[in-house]
Design a protein around this ligand. Structure first.
Ligand SMILES: Cc1ncc(COP(=O)(O)O)c(C=O)c1O
Length: 298
């Protein structure tokens, strides 16, 4: 947070939180989920004693992953929509942070007997350090679903190649993915979750992880307001992009280059794989797109 530009605190989620009139209590930075949960409980006790009804959403993996339930439901809807649209889904690519989204989708597939591979693109921790957490979450989710579904650990596919220096930290692949989504399809991605996840999808496609005619589902998990917390970082990236376009084309001025550029593929994407284009341009994409945030709030 400290390294983030000032607009990070003044826009995106911090601004929305203030607009909604929420009182924000800060907890010192760090990854100590247990201490953070302890602080939450102490705060909830104070608020409760004052007559309010606190609801705690814990951070630690030893608590039931209630958020995953929304995705169990969403996956049933996804499969139904796929069937209605006569679309065979070959793989799902989603962001994997706490893994509630990831495991919820896997649980939904398991419940319905579908073995579609689900690629979780790591956005918070590397794949190795997530092992124990994932195991614990799997166990808690199993209990939450009354033992109805067991997800084999081998079904949890994690790819941490797009994490970069860490949670919320930018990567060239993320900048490229966010630009591609916006320029090609007015698809607004956020730099923390969906942007890195889309970078993962593009990377997987480029390295031939899927058959050329595979139908990929990319659940957009929201978060676009966070984009505006990264304005200056994007401006810098776009400026660099323009410079490399100029260098590549041997043109003299940024203005000339930009003005003459047709809107479309960002640089470096000339060899952009037809599969991602297929994904971006698929007519059925909007039909199958889910409003996952709405489903989660049900
Ligand atoms: C945009 C976005 N996508 C996804 C998630 C959730 O990811 P996970 O379920 O892996 O924690 C979040 C959580 O904050 C989010 O803000």
């Amino acid at each position: 947070m400290r390294e983030m530009p000032p607009e990070y605190r003044q826009s995106g989620s911090p601004l929305l939180t203030r607009l909604h009139g929420a009182v924000v209590h800060h907890y010192p930075e760090g990854e100590d989920e247990h201490a953070a949960d302890g602080a939450l409980e102490a705060l909830a006790a104070r608020v409760g004693a004052a007559g309010s009804k606190p609801y705690i959403i814990h951070f630690g993996p030893e608590h039931p992953p209630f958020g995953a339930l929304g995705y169990v439901d969403a996956t049933a809807e996804l499969l139904r929509q796929g069937q209605d649209a006569d679309l065979k889904i070959d793989a799902i690519v989603l962001p994997s942070g706490s893994a509630s989204t990831h495991l919820g989708v896997l649980a939904g597939l398991a419940l319905l007997g579908a073995d579609i591979p689900v690629y979780g693109i790591c956005i918070r921790r590397d794949a190795k350090s997530r092992g124990e957490r994932i195991a614990l979450r799997l166990e808690k989710l199993h209990a939450l679903l009354d033992g109805m579904v067991t997800i084999n650990r081998s079904r949890v596919l994690l790819d941490d190649a797009y994490l970069g220096p860490g949670y919320g930290k930018t990567t060239p692949e993320m900048f490229e993915a966010v630009s591609a989504g916006a320029a090609l399809e007015t698809l607004l991605l956020d730099p923390i979750y969906s942007g890195k996840c889309f970078a993962g999808l593009m990377g997987l496609v480029r390295c031939g992880a899927f058959a050329a005619d595979a139908n990929l589902v990319f659940p957009h998990t929201g978060g676009a307001p966070a984009l505006f917390g990264y304005t200056s970082l994007f401006e810098h990236a776009l400026e660099q992009q323009t410079r490399s376009e100029i260098a590549a084309k041997g043109l003299r001025s940024a203005k000339t280059s930009r003005d003459k550029q047709p809107r479309g593929l960002p640089p470096g994407m000339a060899s952009y794989d037809s599969q991602v284009r297929r994904f971006l341009n698929a007519e059925k994409r909007t039909r199958i797109q889910l409003n996952i945030n709405r489903l989660c709030m049900r």
